[in-house]
Design a protein around this ligand. Sequence first.
Ligand code: NOJ
Length: 545
Amino acid sequence: MTNDLSALHWWQRGVVYQIYPRSFQDTTQNGVGDLAGIIAHLDYLNDGTSASLGVDAIWLSPFYPSPMKDFGYDVADYCDVDPLFGDLATFDRLVAEAHRRGIKVIIDWVPNHTSDQHPWFIASRSSRDHSQRDWYIWRDPQPDGSPPNNWGSFFGGPAWTLDPATGQYYLHQFVKEQPELNWRNPALRAAMLDTLRFWLKRGIDGFRMDVIGLIIKDQDLRDNPPNPEADPNLPPNDLQGRLLHVYNMDQDEVHDIIREIRGVLNEFGDRCGIGELWGPLPRWVRYYGEQSDELQLPFNFRLMYEPWRAEAMRQSVDEMEAALPDFAWPNYVLGNHDQPRLASRFGGQAQARLAAMLLLTLRGTPTLYCGDELGLENGIIPPEKIQDPQGKNLGAARTRDVTRTPMQWDDSRYAGFSMVEPWLPVSTDFATRNVAQQLQDPTSPLSLYRRLLWYRHQQPALYGGRYRPIDVEADNCFVYVRETDDARCLIVLNFAAEARQVTIHGEDNGTIVLSTHLDREERVTLTSFTLRPYEGVIIELEGRV
Ligand code: NOJ
């Protein structure tokens, strides 16, 4: 690892903030957020002063023309903006306004599937002989008429739908209106790479690539084996949940394609490729590329699934660090538009504050999900208001709507998100949990995020330093040092619901510069100091551990 922090890339040094455009700010009063709404809040995100949140890059979930069967992840045109969100001119303005503030713009790219309304699919399904037939994955039925293999959709039911007109099945691992592209076809491949160039030419700084590990499937589309550890209580239509993902993802050939994608990014300079990736560490780490020639940031979601235990979090971090080749830069995600809200998942507001400190003090690029900086909790969605296809098909407990409720800006009727009823209900706590209120409160979750972000920015040990875990006797505490040759911080995180006395051997004193409780900055003796329940502290060190 280089010690030259000035050589760090923007995507290493910065913090990414995910915006779900539908739910951020509605400026047209139709109940759905839009690009102009994002522009309106850029100063909130980073106006260059510590009064703002202080993020360095925004990632926008899809805003492409779409029938919205999966809320934009069903793309009908890769090179335009859905009128619901604005138009290309507004997008250009958004990029210019973001760049003016030093904020990079990352957009979502959905390479695995299109909408069934995409002209490519309309052409492809028109006849078996059409030149674009092979741009999608079509197969004959089995002799008994059943689908070509046993794969299931992530949203329930089989992954295949029969097209009666041409007598073949097409593959879709999400809703049936999301047919999957055939990346083994060179013409399709070239057309997709050109969609990257379209946006790179407009000045964007990177892509978050949706389910990139799925884009190449087993050449023979073999059946996936059963998963012996599948939850016996899965809904009956969750066919996919009962199988191991052996033949539908992470195939060796995917890496050839990702190298091509990286080649396109490199045509435009220091542009960043982020991949949505699942799967075990040895498979995941390959997406950095053997020669650092694939993705700069294969998303690391592991911490999201850990139980609330210091040991589990440390093990996850240590295993990931150990798996990385020297050139690879880590990254961490604790929330996104597909997962329950961080504050709900980890058990409450105190835990969410500690999680924020963890995320923003580890080595590697953190990605925040909009609203987590306010401590937003899962929204309550009455069954008749469920919008998400996953919730509609696999049951209310699986709906992702809970994490997509409108951003809470103030205490006005619809939380300042819109003047009309939003597409999803505003969470019931909006009157007391909103940006306006939290900006006034020096101990609010938003104040904690701001303090953490701005401290991280000016502390080389945090944005660029090494990571070194420290063993302590205190139960359920995660302790690590972040250090450069010149600066050192000790991070002490108490995951317990009780106070903990901590002893750090071989170190005399340090200064607490930030506590998750935002109520103490003081010199402490490290041979014995106390953390309150769920308290985390950043301590600037004087000596050597
Ligand atoms: C992952 C996205 O994050 C999710 O929202 C979407 O439903 C699926 N990919 C399908 O595109």
